[in-house]
Design a protein around this ligand. Sequence first.
Ligand code: XLS
Ligand code: CA
Ligand code: CA
Length: 436
Amino acid sequence: MKEYYPGIPKVKYEGPQSDNPFAYKFYNPEEIVAGKKMKDQLRFSAAYWHTICAAGADMFGVATADKTFGKTDPMELAEAKAHAFFEIIDKLGIDYFAFHDRDIAPEGSNLAETNKNLDKIVDLFETLMKEYKKNLLWGTANMFNNPRYMHGAGTSCNPDAFAYAAAQAKKAIEVTVRLNGSGYTFWGGREGYETLLNTNMGLELDNMARLLHLATDYGRSIGFKGAFYIEPKPKEPTKHQYDFDASTVIGFLRKYGLNMKLNLEANHGTLAGHTFQHELRVARTEGYFGSVDANIGDLLLGWDTDQFPNDVYDSTFAMYEILKAGGFTTGGLNFDAKARRASFQPDDIFISHIMGMDTMALGLRMADKLIRDGRIDQFVEDRYAGYKSGIGKKIVDGTVTIQELEKYALEMGDVKTNKSGRQEYLEGVVNQILFG
Ligand code: XLS
Ligand code: CA
Ligand code: CA
């Protein structure tokens, strides 16, 4: 069989002292951390659209990397990409992947032809998944690229676009079921608006929910047992995306009675003005934690840079939330990430994943230490201890009236029992755990 990346070895764990760029320094798949093998805690996944498709083009310039494998015929190129992609994830020891329908096969001249192209590549995926023992983390439909979706998909003002989107989602869910995917993601690429001057917000939101109901009900009817996710993002490509952040999406899901979880992207959290940890905390507190796109943004830039994670504070706090949520079930850590445009050599694909995986592995190790150390959790426990007895317990139990609280306040005179929040002490504890 043709090797697409000759010279790149199978990447193994060599430990923190290794200077081999093609080795893991912190990710040791079989090592037990926080009660499970690291590979089962982290459930790494590679994103097809970046890893094998994105070639460095941006708004100001064409591709810098060559990902054509000498092919010009679109179906031959799709096949070559599939082979190359599975070789990459196999060499990296990544067990999962995610893809959009349009990443893997080209569009034909009509929907029927497009579906035929897709089926042909899905046949190949089925073979390659078996051969390499790889699993689908989630599938999705690209309902934002084609001009037909210029006004949105589920939120389009044009019912023909809504119908086309429904047909596309139906097919993508069928493909996900066929490949035994453990999830299916909806990212509302153009589900938002540019100006309220031409927008019926109420109808657009209702219709978005209608599409999600139709698609998820259909998925269940054909035996899909995995999780349906929504992925929040506040902006880009539209000025305002309806799935703004975790809180907004949870409110939407509750309003419309949709049984879905969240796929949270670090980068989208910061674009919404939150930390990644905040988004994860909201999801776990509300019972909506599902899966993660671990790629980060550049805090000095206002757009979606999809970078491999390199910040260990960030990965520690993210893994802390994930462990506290009970760890992944259907979800995993997907790298919706691309190497920078100037990192165009084929081996950069490997080096960037290795760095990102080591960052998340370090985060897992540090989060586990933080939890085992116990000082932070104990501090939080103590801080709210007042709600375990006396007036606090009555508030929490809902057995107090506002008149009783007034009486209590009058007798108290003033609040004299506040204690320091000790933020700096806690930040010191984190530094000690990371570097001590
Ligand atoms: C884009 C999104 C997208 C989703 C899948 O910003 O991150 O890639 O993850 O459609
Ligand atoms: Ca992104
Ligand atoms: Ca994403």
